[in-house]
Design a protein around this ligand. Structure first.
Ligand code: HEM
Ligand code: HEM
Length: 142
């Protein structure tokens, strides 16, 4: 049971690298004017949604498993704090992506805000990997 959340969030992290790579190509097209690049729009939208969906479900599972294991939540210090701080970024990443997908237009600012927001999300998920390994080492294994 305690491994479900680490496995799920790790899967989300691996997926996010690929989604970021797809988005990076779009960045090259829109902002750097690079010719010869293509953007797998539909794949980015579906896998991006899947990534953030996995992370959201993973937060609920992490809290649920903490409660189930220790009968208390919010005990992992930096790990839960950064995890909860990721919530508004996930909502903005999903919402801005949906807006740009639903009504296609020539945009610069919203894609930039979306890309930067989600880059920060991926970086924070990496922080979660490091602190999550600490939680396993200090609180699960002993
Ligand atoms: C981990 C998740 C995600 C990452 C890392 C990510 C990253 C990026 C990046 C870096 C760009 C390029 C921004 C730019 O050109 O300045 C981009 C564009 C885009 N993303 Fe995402 N994204 C994610 C999730 C999503 C989701 C969930 C959706 C839709 C629901 C979405 C829809 C789009 C669309 C439509 C564009 C192109 C916008 C345009 O140029 O008009 N993305 N994304
Ligand atoms: C998107 C990334 C992640 C987020 C947002 C996240 C968030 C959370 C949250 C909110 C909790 C509840 C903690 C508490 O109540 O104090 C938790 C628990 C936990 N997290 Fe994460 N986490 C992420 C990734 C990871 C990763 C990659 C690992 C392991 C390598 C990990 C290991 C753990 C462990 C061991 C727990 C204790 C409960 C359990 O075993 O499921 N987390 N996490």
């Amino acid at each position: 049971m305690v491994w479900i959340h680490p496995a799920l969030q790790g899967l989300g992290l691996a997926l996010s690298f690929y989604v970021l790579l797809l988005g990076w190509r779009r960045f090259g097209m829109v902002h750097l004017g690079r010719a010869g690049l293509t953007f797998a729009w539909k794949r980015h939208v579906s896998l991006g949604g899947l990534t953030i969906g996995i992370w959201l479900a993973g937060i609920c599972l992490g809290l649920g498993v903490s409660w189930w294991t220790w009968k208390v939540v919010f005990i992992t210090n930096g790990h839960y704090q950064v995890g909860l701080a990721m919530l508004p970024l996930m909502v903005f990443g999903l919402a801005s992506g949906r807006v740009m997908d639903r009504r296609k237009a020539r945009r610069r600012l919203l894609p930039l805000a979306h890309g930067l927001n989600n880059l920060v999300l991926v970086a924070l998920a990496l922080v979660q990997l490091a602190t999550g390994i600490g939680v396993i080492r200090d609180m699960i294994l002993p």
